[in-house]
Design a binder for this molecule. Sequence first.
Ligand SMILES: Cc1ncc(COP(=O)(O)O)c(C=O)c1O
Length: 416
Amino acid sequence: MRLSRRFNQPGQAGQTGQVNAIARERSRLVAAGAKLTDLTDSNPTHCGLGSPAALEAVARAARRSGRYEPDPKGPLEAREALAERFGGGPDDYWLTASTSEAYSWVFAVLADPGEAVATPAPGYPLIEPLAALAGLTTLECRWHYLEPDGWCLDPVALARAAESGARAFVLVNPGNPTGAYVSPATARTVVEACQAAGAALIADEVFGPFHLEAPPTSLAGRDDVVTFAFSGLSKLLCAPQLKLAWIRLSGPARDLAPTRDALDQVADTFLSPALPVALALPELLAMSDAVVSATRARLAANLAAVRQAFGCDPYRLRRCEGGWSAILDLPPDWGRDPAGSPPHGRAAEPAVRLMREHGLAAHPGWFYDIVDRPALVLSLLPEPLQFEQNCARLHAALTQLGDGPLVPYRGTDLLS
Ligand SMILES: Cc1ncc(COP(=O)(O)O)c(C=O)c1O
């Protein structure tokens, strides 16, 4: 028996039996009894966020779920609540079990196997494997970081993707982990690229409400290009376990009818969301304001703490407009291999040594396609006192590592 070619393609995320060397090292240390402090945990249910009342609401709705009359788009009362809160009409929304599922439905609607979608890099690491599972390739549209302005989209990469026939342009607004919102000017440029390529816009806005150092923007509801905007309870209610997300469709009237039909067909094939959580959605949305404000207060406190700990040379905390992560730049020559290793090797070195020598688990920037400078990506979700202590430990550990001899890891050591 052989598996689908979606798996085991060199360089693809869907490789079976392959774990990257940092994850392998982490498992090895944990198996050997090491107690690692996780600086990467962005699961809100581990961090005391979310609302116990949400689970009660779903339990109450479960009692109303005995009779099932499937509606492929999700129950009308749920879609009415979405329209009332976010705009559009109830027929513009489709419920899915997750945003990941929303990607796969929309990819199925927009592109044939072998075609390409344009994806931001850095943007959100799961998009590429999701595209690969749909039989699609990705065209990377790089975002560059410029201090102090922040992240900006490479217009040449965008134009190339349009010329190469991208069927959709994905924007993650704000990006994960960049936290960068899409400015109105960038949105206009991407819409023009969509129009030139006859492509659609996919706007992943799960982190939209969590703005920190800049006001939020939204691409949902645009009428100048077919736009699929995603959001869901995993972030809005800090409740990934409830498994409910949604797609909002908008765009020029002439394109909408066939797109609706196609999306209806996919939805009807899966009938995916569970009825109790869908019926509870009006109540859950009403609870989300309190969850978002508590989460934003925590993110802001932790961002201030990490700025305080790492606000000056040789470190740099990148501008963080929103989202749940901070990007901490390390000294540019950290772990640099004099023989010239790929960027992976450079940035992985501190992450491995932090784990081995200091019991601190942090993601290197290259996990997320941040390859311009060695960096660590830290979750801003933990409880603030704990977070502040972790920042102090990280600072002390990095100082110690920086003072010692740099023992470079070659990319091949880490990635083989
Ligand atoms: C940008 C982005 N979109 C989507 C998701 C996944 O959301 P869901 O749990 O709804 O699949 C994540 C998860 O972290 C994310 O970072």
